[in-house]
Design a protein around this ligand. Structure first.
Ligand code: GLV
Length: 329
């Protein structure tokens, strides 16, 4: 879009500001552009605060990805904002308390991607245990013919898996691992009466009793670095960790150290503390499998997400009820 379109002084009713931009927006850009006037701060050379001050004083709706932070400071520059649609299940990048104070509704993906994310968690775990990516490199590099036998992996069935955070995603992971014959237990803020998995109110105890930890909890002040040195020590040398939550749930420096020293056995990591960067020290470790934060990147999830966002935008501009709101609790 030409810069001229962004500088129109007239407040337009059906205008949205897009931050990021989310990959889903790029995929369905034509559809969005045919229905809304789109503000595109990422295309502008001016700093974000100045862009918002100049172009977005009347903008009522924002579409955002989890990679962009909507802090109270950014929100201050959007005085007319009434709706945020995030293309993520996590909402740790949005100041929800400030949104509540200002009466800004927040729509998110909720459980929409849970099956996809759980699939990837199990995929990463199988990859670490059965050395699938490493085997792929072994064959393609020509090492099979040169070196012969490949090291043994580990069976998934029968392993004790501790799930950290038994929300929508954690439950899906648990169901899948049960089907593989794993013994599932969990740590969560509260015991979940609807499941029969063993509950540990102490994460350290869960780690000590588990062969594998799968981290599925939301990132909050309470869960920041909840997986620290003590938890990794409790998991032990034979332990494997999978993280599909947020990078900062694990103390990444400690994790790298443990992996380098062989103080845990392996890791499958989909998220990192400083995305889009992953610690370089992990690149050469065959017992570590890395994924670029794409657990929800399927055609099906993106189509569902597009429908959710479109329906909510139509409802918002027609003053109708919204769906998939971040709860008021
Ligand atoms: O990380 C992705 C999400 O929160 O959906």
């Amino acid at each position: 879009m030409a810069e001229g379109q962004q500088t129109s002084p007239a407040p337009l009713l059906r205008e949205i500001i897009v931050f990021g931009p989310p990959y889903m927006f790029i995929k369905y850009e034509k559809q969005f552009s045919s229905r809304y006037r789109i503000l595109r701060p990422w295309e502008s050379p001016i700093p974000l605060a100045q862009f918002l001050e100049t172009h977005a004083q009347n903008t009522q709706a924002a579409l955002i990805t989890s990679f962009v932070s909507l802090s109270a400071a950014v929100l201050r520059n959007l005085p007319a904002l009434r709706l945020i649609l995030t293309t993520s299940a996590g909402v740790d990048h949005i100041d929800i308390i400030e949104c509540r104070r200002r009466g800004i509704a927040v729509v998110y993906a909720a459980a929409m991607f849970s099956a996809d994310v759980a699939d990837l968690a199990v995929g990463l775990l199988l990859d670490v245990l059965r050395k699938i990516s490493a085997g792929n490199r072994f064959v393609k590099n020509g090492d099979w013919a040169k070196q012969g036998d490949y090291p043994l992996g580990f069976k998934l069935g029968g392993k004790k898996v501790g799930i950290v955070g038994l929300g929508n995603i954690g439950i899906e992971v648990a169901k899948r691992l049960e089907a593989f014959g794993c013994e599932v237990s969990y740590y969560s803020r509260n015991r979940k009466p609807s499941v029969s998995y063993v509950f540990y109110p102490d994460i350290s105890e869960l780690a000590a009793k588990s062969d594998i930890l799968v981290v599925c909890c939301a990132l909050t002040e309470q869960t920041h670095h909840i997986i620290n040195r003590d938890i990794l020590l409790a998991l032990g040398k034979k332990g494997v960790i999978v993280n599909i939550a947020r990078g900062a749930v694990i103390d990444e420096k400690e994790l790298v150290h443990f992996l380098q020293q062989g103080d845990i056995a392996g890791a499958g990591l989909e998220v990192f503390e400083n995305e889009p960067f992953a610690p370089k020290e992990l690149f050469e470790l065959d017992n570590v499998v890395l994924s670029p934060h794409v657990a929800n990147f399927t055609e099906e999830s993106f189509r569902d997400l597009y429908e959710l966002v479109s329906e909510n935008l139509e409802a918002f501009f027609a003053n109708k009820p919204l769906r998939s709101l971040v709860s008021e609790e």
